[in-house]
Design a protein around this ligand. Sequence first.
Ligand code: C2E
Ligand code: MG
Ligand code: MG
Ligand code: MG
Length: 282
Amino acid sequence: QAKAKGKCRYEIFNSLMYAQVAGQLQLETDLRRGLEQGEFVVHYQPIISLFTNRMVGFEALVRWNHPERGLVPPDRFIPIAEETGLLVPLDWWVLNQACGQMRRWQSQFPASQKMVMSVNLSGKQFWQPDCLEQIEGVLHKTGLPRSNLKLEVTEGTLIDNDMPTSRLLSQIRALGMGLSIDDFGTGYSSLSYLHRFPFNTLKIDRSFISMQFSGESKIVEAIIVLAHNLGMNVIAEGVETSKHKQRLRELGCEQAQGYLFSPPVDAVSATELFDSQFAAAL
Ligand code: C2E
Ligand code: MG
Ligand code: MG
Ligand code: MG
């Protein structure tokens, strides 16, 4: 009987695996087509100053507008895109879109020149020997000044490739672009990253923000003090309530991003956000 049960389980496992593999293959094919046919869109989430309550920038976040599945979030397709080598072209495309969009907003809203566009970079991009040239090429092509671009990398990216990354990050900073360490605290956290790499912004992962008020966590407070002592400013991710916001402001956290202010929105809605903040200053 045990044997029968075992066999049965094995078959279930097998058909599940089959469905998974088939689904994966389908996604891969779809992904390739999606890239060719322009099914991807960039959404923008405002980043807010906790001191002035005004927008200081946006983070560009990619979405896949799949013909049958609808708007697919990045966590669902980025791992597959990475495996199949499609993430690199996708990421360069996102950088192009985001920089071009920011440049258009700058011309449309002259008072917005200080707004910064943050874009996520992946580890594979770092491995490209001409990574810096490509970034510079996008800035040149779109006309966006370097100081209006900030690149976000996660701890996972850093652990994958130590030496080339270190030089590249220094060059990026030396050229005047911003550099954020993203999802801080969730990766293979090593505090030594913080002084080994020239980050000027630390983004506290949203898991710590929601944890903060469970009463047992002083982690957020400690991270903010640490970042400040190392000369970085702090962005809190996933700020969902005004209580979060209030507490973060008391702790000296400079900026925040989260559903309390706005979810990521498409370029049309983001233009309306620009309009409401900068139109009066025209
Ligand atoms: P991330 O860079 O840490 O981006 C922040 C994520 O938190 C976004 O998820 C955003 O929608 C979500 N978020 C923002 N505020 C809140 C909030 O108040 N509550 C909650 N629960 N979530 C909030 P999204 O857009 O699904 O992106 C997930 C991840 O996918 C990103 O995390 C980033 O690592 C990656 N990603 C997104 N776009 C790109 C891209 O163009 N290239 C690469 N390489 N990765 C990307
Ligand atoms: Mg990010
Ligand atoms: Mg993050
Ligand atoms: Mg993340």
